[in-house]
Design a protein around this ligand. Sequence first.
Ligand SMILES: Cc1cc2nc3c(=O)[nH]c(=O)nc-3n(C[C@H](O)[C@H](O)[C@H](O)COP(=O)(O)OP(=O)(O)OC[C@H]3O[C@@H](n4cnc5c(N)ncnc54)[C@H](O)[C@@H]3O)c2cc1C
Length: 494
Amino acid sequence: MQSNYDVAIIGYGPTGATLANLLGQYGLSVVVFDREADIYKLPRAVHFDDEVMRIFQSAGITEQLLKTVRINPGMRFVDSSGNLLMDWPRPPEMSSQGWNTSYRFHQPDLETILRKSIFSLPNVDTYCSHSVLSVSTHSDHATLQVEDIIGEQLVSTNADFVIGCDGARSTVRALIDDPMQDFGFREKWLVVDVILTRPRPDLGDHSIQHCDAERSATYVRGPGDRRRWEIALKEWDMALDLSDAGTIWQLLSAWISPDDAELERNAVYEFRSRVAKTWSSGRLFLAGDAAHQMPPFMGQGMCAGIRDAANLAWKLAACIKHGADPQLLESYASERRPHAEQYVQMSMRLGGLINASKTQEALAAAFPQDDGTTRLESIAPPLGPGIGFDGDEHSGRLSKQLLLSRDTKMDDLLGLSPGLIIDSSELTPDIPSFDGTIIDANTESSARQYLAELNVIAVLVRPDRYIFSVAANSIELADLITRWNKTVSITNNT
Ligand SMILES: Cc1cc2nc3c(=O)[nH]c(=O)nc-3n(C[C@H](O)[C@H](O)[C@H](O)COP(=O)(O)OP(=O)(O)OC[C@H]3O[C@@H](n4cnc5c(N)ncnc54)[C@H](O)[C@@H]3O)c2cc1C
């Protein structure tokens, strides 16, 4: 183990592993600690979305990941008699993000692929079976005291920044001394994964939300033969032995029996809805479940953590490698916290609906559309106030992933650099130079079309694919590039 790293990450779950991958690609020296010997085995995430797939594209893992995932056709809400209350279809076409809108997956598969991607990064050291006991911060570094669980010894190392990707019971959050803001959702659910031993096509490919005040439940069609049920537990269920196979089969009996499948794994969780009030303090940062927890009804808890990693990675790289003003790091919390909170709130609303006794009325009240129908649509909120916000409606929104000539996806061209979508003839000598990738509308028709859609002459895309800002004319263009260069501390302004 080195004595000094640029960044220490506590927690090698999906958030920590994604962050380690991105920071490693930026060339930073990174150490990752996890107290567990191996990947977490209990049933957790089964869904991620197109934006998150786009981040996995930056992490360079989509080729392997696509072999393990399933495209999700959507979610249906049914009442206790099985009548359809509401449909949430997920269009089969590629979205503006350049990927399908919704994927089903097995979390250990993703974590295995992420970890493999890190093996090839010589500047990232990973230590499993290592528990971080304490972190002390000093004016120019932080020191971590770590227990090597197998070697039974204490080790210590220093890092410029420490990121707590250490889950719901975060050690780093306790150090920041942050009481989380609790939005009040608190329910116990049994989660069971089974592996089919004979075909059950009648179960269907859609996720089903069984909206039933007596016994609400979620069915998920996983990849391959894996199927998931999540079942709300009542107070009286706590007297049952919920780890007993007989009890579990009894609770699943409305849908499936031991003749159809084998139990793979099961766990009882208490779903919470909480967001840390303070996401960073000096050299310490929180990301993933350490910063936010939400009920899983939208399948967005892990997704929010992956977005945290993408937001934080390029900012850390800009500060550590290019000497950007550390103020840039303050925008991590201001941008990410309100964004994550939107998903927490929406997940709670869904949870409330699934549990409601008058579900039809509850659905109509919660998701009314202008045309009088009830429809649920995916949300894509903008970031909270941060860098680049210039009063324009596009700053802080996700950029489109353009399909460029020879079927190249835009992000494959950008890599981890920022992008400027522009007709290159606008880049006259009086415009400051841009240190990133130019997507030239002069040669790329999708770029020209995108500029026309937004009614601008230039779009500056940050490395995390959010729009920094746009320019409607050459004066704004000079200002746009100057502001970006200042943000990331590039001084060669002409
Ligand atoms: C039933 C269920 C269904 C879900 N479904 C979805 C879904 O469909 N889609 C979705 O996006 N999300 C879903 N989620 C949420 C998702 O699983 C979590 O948000 C995600 O796993 C959190 O990842 P993380 O890396 O932030 O934290 P974790 O995966 O919890 O990792 C934290 C790591 O930190 C380590 N650690 C903690 N303290 C220390 C220490 N002091 N020293 C060293 N190591 C430490 C732990 O060992 C752990 O490995 C679901 C969750 C549940 C429970």
